[in-house]
Write a protein that binds this ligand. Structure first.
Ligand SMILES: [Fe+2]
Ligand SMILES: [Fe+2]
Length: 533
């Protein structure tokens, strides 16, 4: 097989920072007089180390300063902060975390620390820190008005060529090695969309007590999402203990140094560059090497048998499209999981003239639905393979529950396959539950292990991951994988649509949305991936 590794066309970075900028990041100190979560030894050592760092432009604490948000905790935190005597005289930005907002702690935060939103700006960088907390609750929210206020600030003309950094306590997208995905931001889908649209360069989050870096690529440029680990909270994750991070930005290069406090010699360094891309050209009449169709939420009920449903209309339309390799239905096939509904759905989907693959969604999971599923659709984790593609469907539903789960065993088996075949075929995977937040919806983080699933998919050679969407079509590329959510046939709030995903030679990916209501076809995604044949 011939190998092509032409990833994308990079162009010169538009934003160049001539002098080096250094940000020192600490997060989740969880200071409290009542020891338990607060590790004073790690705090003392960590503060001693960060006091010595030279040439810092900004110190940033990403929240969860205190453990309980109480007066005693805030007073004790103020006492502890006196040990912070930085060598570099520069601004300090402290953001509020969910623990600081507990027990009406947000009032104490404002009185003893300051504003809950913060900005820092010089000639080359702009940093905005915002409050993502909900008073007294572990989860987060940004709010529509704050998202729009941040948008206006990022879009200011004088910031167009600055390096723009947005910081808040909660994680924007799921992080691996943190256990059950929880306490995320309700409107992270809207926030995520805004950050991509305004071409922000770097997002800094805390909250999950472990460090992580994702590269998000749009068709035009890269955006990095960095999660800071905990500085001194005993609630650590897996093998990462207490850390702080140093972020150096020079020209368009970013270096993330993650420094373990207890063993500062074993630092972990990641180098990245903010790249800008020119889309790969498609020659006129060039045919894709691979074509997928993505649909979901057909929600067939017992009345659907003799009527022309959206599902029928979508199937008719899809049948007019040439050379479709695979039609992927990402779940919610039936409305109530009744036997009759599965039968009607099967009769309808059999009219497709292209190969198809179906995974169950929440509405297909009410007992004894799995018996019917087996009878009418067969495998719960269906596989489709031909000479150029390998596509794995995964049943992410759990019986009669909105919660989803993939699990380490199935993930491991699939990733093993990916590693052994990724140089020969295009790899795709689908499941019902979303791995990324989508706009115009509340991010419910129903897939329990979404952090591990998202990061393992993104870091393996999987080209495409398809998930259903509770709202509009939304797609991003995270590390190596294009994540596409959409193809919603349920016309309740949004137009019924299906997606066409075309992969061209050299790895250009174009995602098109076919609107069944208006008949319009719109390009909703444009990416470059690495393919090997
Ligand atoms: Fe925390
Ligand atoms: Fe937190």
């Amino acid at each position: 097989m011939k190998m092509i590794s032409e990833r994308s066309v990079k162009i010169n970075p538009e934003k160049k920072i001539s002098s080096k900028k250094r940000i020192v990041l600490i997060s989740d100190t969880h200071i409290t007089r009542f020891r338990g979560p607060f590790n004073l030894h790690a705090y003392n050592l960590g503060i001693e180390q960060i006091n010595k760092i030279k040439d810092v432009d900004l110190y940033l604490h990403l929240g969860d300063i205190t453990h309980n948000g109480t007066l005693l905790d805030y007073e004790y935190a103020m006492e502890q902060f006196k040990k912070f005597k930085p060598r570099s005289k520069c601004p300090i930005m402290i953001l509020i975390g969910n623990h600081d907002a507990m027990n009406v702690g947000y009032l104490l935060f404002e009185e003893m620390i300051g504003k809950r939103h913060y900005e820092y700006e010089d000639d080359e960088i702009y940093v905005i820190g915002i409050d993502s907390t909900k008073p007294d609750l572990p989860g987060g929210i940004i709010h529509h008005n704050v998202i729009e206020a941040v948008r206006r600030r990022l879009e200011k003309q004088e910031r167009e060529n600055k390096f723009n950094i947005v910081c808040f306590h909660h994680q924007l997208i799921p992080i691996p090695n943190t256990g059950k995905e929880r306490s995320a931001i309700d409107d992270s889908g809207d926030m995520f969309k805004m950050l991509l649209e305004t071409k922000a360069d770097l997002i800094l989050n805390g909250h999950r007590h472990t460090s992580n870096l994702y590269t998000i690529s749009s068709s035009e440029k890269d955006l990095y999402i960095f999660n800071a680990g905990t500085f001194c909270c005993n609630k650590t994750r897996y093998r990462e203990l207490f850390t702080y991070s140093i972020i150096d930005i020079k020209e368009s290069n970013i270096t993330f140094k993650i420094i373990p406090i207890l063993d500062s010699n074993s630092k972990h360094e990641i180098q990245r560059q903010v790249n800008y891309y020119l889309p790969l050209e498609i020659e006129p009449h060039q045919k894709p090497i691979c074509k997928f169709i993505q649909i979901s939420d057909s929600l067939i009920n017992q009345q659907s048998e003799n009527i022309n449903t959206n599902f029928d209309r979508a199937i008719d339309k899809i049948n007019t499209i040439e050379d479709v390799d695979l039609v992927v239905h990402t779940g919610n096939v039936t409305r109530n999981s009744y036997k009759e509904e599965f039968k009607i759905a099967k009769d309808k989907i059999c009219k497709l003239k292209h190969p198809y693959l179906v995974v169950p969604g929440y509405t297909d999971s009410k007992p004894p639905a799995w018996e019917y599923w087996k009878h009418f659709f067969g495998e719960f984790d269906p596989l489709y393979e031909n000479e150029k593609l390998y596509f794995q469907g995964l049943n992410s539903t759990t019986r009669d529950s909105t919660d989803g789960f993939i699990g380490r065993k199935r993930m491991g088996k699939f990733i093993e396959k990916v590693l052994s075949l990724s140089h020969q075929k295009i790899f795709g995977v689908c499941c019902f539950h979303s791995l990324i937040p989508t706009p115009l919806s509340v991010w419910r983080t129903e897939l329990i292990d979404s952090g591990d699933v998202l990061s393992q998919f993104a870091r393996s050679q999987i080209d495409l991951c398809l998930n259903s969407s509770p709202s509009i079509s939304f797609n991003v590329k995270i590390d190596y994988t294009v994540f596409s959510n959409g193809g919603n046939l349920n016309p309740k709030r949004f137009d019924e649509t299906f997606l066409e995903i075309d992969i061209y030679k050299k790895g250009k990916v174009v995602v098109k949305e076919h609107n069944l209501k208006t008949g319009q076809i719109k390009i909703v995604g444009n990416y470059n991936i690495t393919i090997f044949f």
